[in-house]
Write a protein that binds this ligand. Structure first.
Ligand code: COA
Length: 217
């Protein structure tokens, strides 16, 4: 862990786009990089962040330490709109990118895609209608070396204040990390659902928990 320098939380700006993509790529698997399960930085970064940075940048925040972005929260006021835009506009482009770049031919990627499809068939992504009172959503990641310095707390507070000013009544999120679950409990989120996700079993040799947390605003 590094010494905390001067920390500042501010709204996302277009100049932060590459850094946000990098942080999410480097931290997506329980704080570890996506390169452990996928070859194709651009494709995974698009899948993780493109809706937020390109379609709803006003709902995103970054945290800087000594003027360098070390953490970010990418949010959206309407989870249903995220899903619709992803299926209508983003995923078709990603599939095309994966075909033309040869990403579908790499064994590592095929393993991950098959694991995701098996999880989908098992119904692991289906959720009962528990989220209707919590329309907004978020993803948050802090660079290794800058965790446990209250940076996540600063980002969550900025986002909750923003949602409140926009008249949004609630926010929910999913995490597979036990540590992140504790973090969200500290932020006043309540556990709505606990399930299982098996798509990293081929890599981690275990089924991971999935926690859905929510907070009224
Ligand atoms: C989870 C994460 C966003 C938290 O941000 P952070 O800046 O490290 O957290 P903070 O310093 O603001 O911590 C706030 C509180 O949550 C607790 N907390 C944070 N991370 C924790 C962890 N991994 N395990 C247990 N408690 C944790 C802290 O102890 C602190 O409690 P305190 O006020 O009593 O000291 C960040 O650690 C991270 O990005 N981790 C790796 C990727 C990840 O899991 N992302 C979340 C995906 S949904």
């Amino acid at each position: 862990m590094q010494n905390a320098g001067i920390m500042n939380v501010r709204k996302f700006e277009f100049k932060d786009r590459e850094r946000v993509r990098e942080i999410f790529f480097n931290t997506v698997l329980l704080g570890e990089p996506a390169s452990l399960f996928f070859e194709g930085k651009d494709i995974i970064s698009d899948a993780l962040t493109l809706y937020f940075t390109d379609y709803e940048p006003q709902s995103c925040f970054v945290a800087e330490v000594d003027s360098r972005v070390v953490g970010c929260l990418i949010g959206a006021k309407d989870r249903v709109l995220v899903e619709k835009t992803s299926f209508d506009k983003i995923y078709p482009r990603l599939i095309w990118k994966a075909i033309t770049s040869g990403a579908f031919l790499k064994i590592k990627n095929l393993r991950f895609i098959c694991a995701i499809l098996v999880s989908a068939v098992k119904g692991e992504f289906r959720l009962a209608d528990i989220l209707k009172d919590y329309p907004a959503t978020l993803h948050i990641n802090i660079d290794k070396g800058f965790r446990a310095l209250d940076i996540g707390t600063g980002l969550i507070n900025a986002y909750l204040n923003y949602l409140k000013s926009e008249g949004i009544r609630g926010v929910s999120l999913a995490t597979m990390s036990e540590g992140a679950a504790k973090f969200f409990e500290k932020q006043g989120f309540k556990l709505l659902y606990k399930g299982k996700r098996s798509y990293f079993k081929f890599l981690l040799r275990k089924v991971l928990p999935i926690y859905i947390y929510a907070k009224s605003i």
